[in-house]
Design a protein around this ligand. Structure first.
Ligand code: KIV
Ligand code: ZN
Length: 516
């Protein structure tokens, strides 16, 4: 690989899925995986197979199906984790085992309760074992940015000798500052004698909002793999946003003369899919993929852009897939146009799946003049990617208005049998939620309720996100409909169905650490 090529390692389905409230089902993981393949990522970290049967099966499906990229599985530095990870990915093309252990004194003392020599030996043994299964092994030194750098270089040297072909330097807690981080990367490049035999990778969390800046400063000093997620989702404040790094490299090629294999025109479609399926909304002012990222509000700016786009635009919206994606469909659009649009958005559907989406599309186009890509993403998510629902909405009627006590009548199918009930509430949504809660007898607690408009106009579909908590499980549900009360009830039921799913497929508690 040319020395200016930066490997894009996507961890949306692993670190991204660790975002609070996000839990993707198998179909959703597959759709995102296929879209990441189309986007052109080099390595796709598909999950942490030892964490649960669901994780194992998701990783296995992705490894068996995706081609043209390396599917990677995470494993702690233990034989059992590595065996489970390998069993999940071994059907893949050039599959990668990613094993890790912390190297900072603070983690050694309080979490691992081991000394530096012991940890070095565990890391070396884990990598040697992984390398006996596949030549493609990555080692991560968790909390590297707070580790003693001399010790870290010794660990990297030992694991490269044991067979690691990628060594990853995570800023696990998002503590690094760009110029200091650059200095650390330079130090590791110069003081790990066999570093030329491996690729140095970085993995930055965004706790101080510096993840992208840190990654760019590391690339400048020799890092050639970036671990990132779509929309920057991930633990706490998230990970480095892939779209930011890729577009920074493209836009400032004068200062950052590096290449990636990413087809940037797929960025918006991927971002929308990830946001819809994870329920993690993208903030409007988010760089590259936010709704306002290419919007010009001030008259002076609008005038400038109309005269010459580059006066106020440093990137061409087409380069991230924006304009091609704006083409709308209407009630006269046929199956052919719908299929073409869905393919552009990253969804390849069977005839049967297309039938379902087409029916919903027609129903929506009857109510709404223009159907936008965002509307289609919402329909696909609802029609095709949902986990098998235990609770289904059959009927909803709400009465409200000035001087009337809001009342909702709801019928829900539960395990194939229909139940109905009436409730009053502070408003129509409150009334409908109370009626649903009584019918399904939930003990869950509402953590978040958010309504937004998918596109502009009063006929736009409302998109609702509901976050619920029950017995330490946090889930996010979504629903979309031109009627916001229906959208809200759909989102509520989607979250309740996810809780049901988790009751039967809950991840095992993964105790940290497990070293054998
Ligand atoms: O943030 C982190 O340190 C990680 C490692 C497992 C790479 O996610
Ligand atoms: Zn991480």
């Amino acid at each position: 690989m040319a020395n200016n090529r930066v490997i894009i390692f996507d961890t949306t389905l692993r670190d991204g899925e660790q975002s609070p409230g996000v839990s993707l089902n198998m179909e959703e993981k597959l759709q995102i995986g296929r879209q990441l393949e189309k986007l052109g990522v080099d390595v796709l970290e598909a999950g942490f197979p030892v964490a649960s049967q669901g994780d194992f099966e998701g990783v296995k499906r992705l490894a068996d199906e995706l081609r043209g990229l390396q599917v990677c599985a995470l494993a702690r530095a233990s034989k059992n984790d590595i065996d489970v990870a390998w069993n999940a990915i071994k059907g893949g093309e050039n599959p990668r085992i990613h094993t890790f252990i912390a190297t900072s004194d603070i983690h050694l003392k309080y979490k691992l309760r081991k000394d530096r020599d012991e940890v070095l030996e565990i890391a070396r043994d884990a990598v040697a074992y992984a390398a006996s299964l596949t030549p493609n092994v990555e080692f991560s030194a968790e909390d590297a940015s707070r580790s003693d750098l001399n010790y870290l270089c010794k660990v990297f040297e030992a694991v490269i000798d044991a067979g690691a072909t990628t060594v990853n330097f995570p800023d696990t807690v998002g503590y690094a500052i760009p110029w200091d981080f650059a200095e650390m990367i330079r130090y590791v490049m110069e003081n790990t004698p066999n570093i030329h035999k491996a690729v140095l990778s970085v993995h930055c969390h965004n706790d101080l909002g510096l993840a992208t800046a840190n990654v760019l400063s590391a690339i400048n000093k020799g890092a050639r793999q970036v671990e990132c997620t779509i929309n920057g989702i991930g633990e706490r404040a998230g990970n480095t946003a892939m779209e930011e790094v890729v577009m920074a490299l493209k836009t400032r090629h004068d200062l950052l003369p590096f290449e990636t294999g990413i087809d940037t025109r797929q960025i918006i479609a991927t971002s929308r899919m990830v946001s819809m399926l994870t329920g993690m909304a993208v903030q409007p002012n988010k760089a590259i993929v936010g709704a306002n990222a290419f919007a010009h509000e001030s008259g002076i700016h609008q005038d400038g852009v109309l005269k010459e786009r580059t006066t106020y635009e440093i990137m061409d919206p087409k380069d991230v897939g924006l304009e091609q994606g704006r083409l709308v469909l209407g009630k006269h659009s046929g199956r052919h146009a719908l299929r073409a649009k869905l393919e552009e958005l990253g969804y390849s559907l069977s005839e049967k799946e297309l039938d379902k989406v087409f029916n919903r599309f027609k129903a929506l186009a009857d109510k709404k003049k223009e159907v936008y890509p965002e509307d289609l993403v919402a329909i696909v998510a609802e029609e095709l990617l949902r986990i098998p629902d235990r609770f289904k909405l059959k009927y909803l009627h709400v009465a409200g208005g000035r001087g009337i006590r809001p009342t909702a009548t709801v019928a829900v199918e539960i395990d194939g049998e229909e139940f109905s009930g009436v409730s009053m509430g502070a408003g129509p949504i409150d009334a409908a939620f109370k009626a649903v809660a009584n019918l399904v007898k939930t003990k869950s607690r509402l953590l978040k309720f958010n309504v937004s408009s998918i596109t502009g106009g009063t006929d736009a579909q409302g998109e609702v996100t509901v976050r619920l908590e029950e017995n330490d499980h946090v889930v996010t549900g979504q629903g979309a409909d031109p009627d916001i009360i229906t959208a809200s009830v759909k989102a509520y039921l989607n979250a309740l169905n996810r809780l049901e799913y988790l009751k039967h497929n809950a991840p095992k508690a993964v105790a940290q650490p497990m070293c054998e």
